[in-house]
Write a protein of this length. Structure first.
Length: 319
């Protein structure tokens, strides 16, 4: 009887510890899905939006770090240099892909980062992939193709833009894996993200400044929207994802990121009355069902190994 109770208590702790970081990944993807909708409301060019976005973010994170009295150590910043540098170039290549090819091509090619993560995670991170996880990954790709291809989007495909989208997917995969490794070493989330934001600003801000032609026309309306993007998509989204990466396999969290286009489509329909085609709705359902399978059959088995020794700190500690 005592053994059974101990086993049940262990399972309950593991389930609770497993649920928190997985929910954190879903929260990140949710607020990332809001980002493109907020961007639609900004009157300035996307170049100028990026400039102010990457300029404000380090300031916001610095204020949070000081209020929480988290030490900004050289070790934390050093660990953020490479992923932050990669993240900055991912920001640039991602934007350039959308302006040099069709939205359909840029979105589908950009989501190849999930496939790349599935390929490299076992070798670089020692993660195990189950057969069901691969099956649900494939059905997720089918669903996301339906969501994107069902949209009425302008712009013609072009080889240059397709290559940029491919570069972006590779860079995002490298950022995802490198930040996962950093968090697995125990670096503080907030200190690490401050370093990421500084490096992104150093890389992306000069590019945005050089390529923008309306950077001085920021209005109060644009300022408030960009601050909201910085607080929601940037601070909540990226920080929660990086916190969760210590406990959730990169292969699982990257698959959950496929939910992003579905969320953006839903918000665009809700707030901007953008039509949703039948194929998009069906594709969204396929993605949701597939991701449910990914979480149920793929995440838990791997997360348990990481969480068992840190269950109480995960549930009760600061990020």
């Amino acid at each position: 009887m005592l053994t059974a109770r101990l086993r049940d208590a262990r399972v309950a702790v593991v389930d609770q510890a497993h649920a928190a970081p997985v929910l954190g990944v879903f929260l990140s993807v949710l607020v990332w899905g809001i980002g493109p909708v907020l961007t639609l409301g900004v009157d300035m060019s996307i170049n100028s939006t990026i400039f102010y976005r990457v300029l404000f973010w380090p300031v916001v994170l610095f204020v949070i770090v000081r209020l929480r009295r988290i030490p900004l150590t050289w070790n934390a910043f050093r660990m953020a240099i490479v992923p932050g540098f990669i993240f900055g170039w991912s920001t640039i290549s991602g934007f350039m892909s959308f302006t040099n090819t069709s939205i359909v091509n840029a979105t589908i090619i950009g989501n190849l980062s999930t496939a790349f993560t599935l390929l490299v995670a076992p070798r670089l991170l020692g993660e195990r992939l189950r057969g069901l996880q691969v099956v649900f990954a494939l059905t997720s790709f089918v669903g996301i193709a339906g969501v994107v291809l069902g949209a009425e989007s302008g712009g013609a495909s072009a080889l240059r833009g397709d290559v940029l989208a491919l570069i972006n997917s590779v860079l995002w995969t490298a950022y995802f894996i490198s930040s996962k490794k950093a968090r697995s070493s125990g670096v503080n989330t907030w200190a690490f993200m401050f370093g990421i934001a500084v490096m992104q600003c150093l890389v992306a801000a000069p590019w945005a400044l050089i390529t923008s032609n309306d950077i001085s026309t920021i209005s109060r309306h644009d300022f408030l929207l960009i601050i909201t993007m910085t607080l929601v998509s940037g601070t909540i989204g990226h920080t929660t994802m990086v916190w969760a990466q210590r406990f959730v396999p990169a292969s699982t969290s990257s698959l959950i990121c496929l939910l992003g286009p579905v969320i953006s489509t839903a918000f665009a329909w809700l707030f901007f009355d953008q039509a949703v085609a039948v194929v998009q709705a069906v594709g969204s359902i396929v993605v949701l069902v597939s991701l449910a399978g990914v979480v149920k059959y793929g995440a838990k088995e791997t997360v348990v190994r990481d969480v068992l020794s840190t269950a109480d700190p995960l549930l009760n500690s600061n990020p």
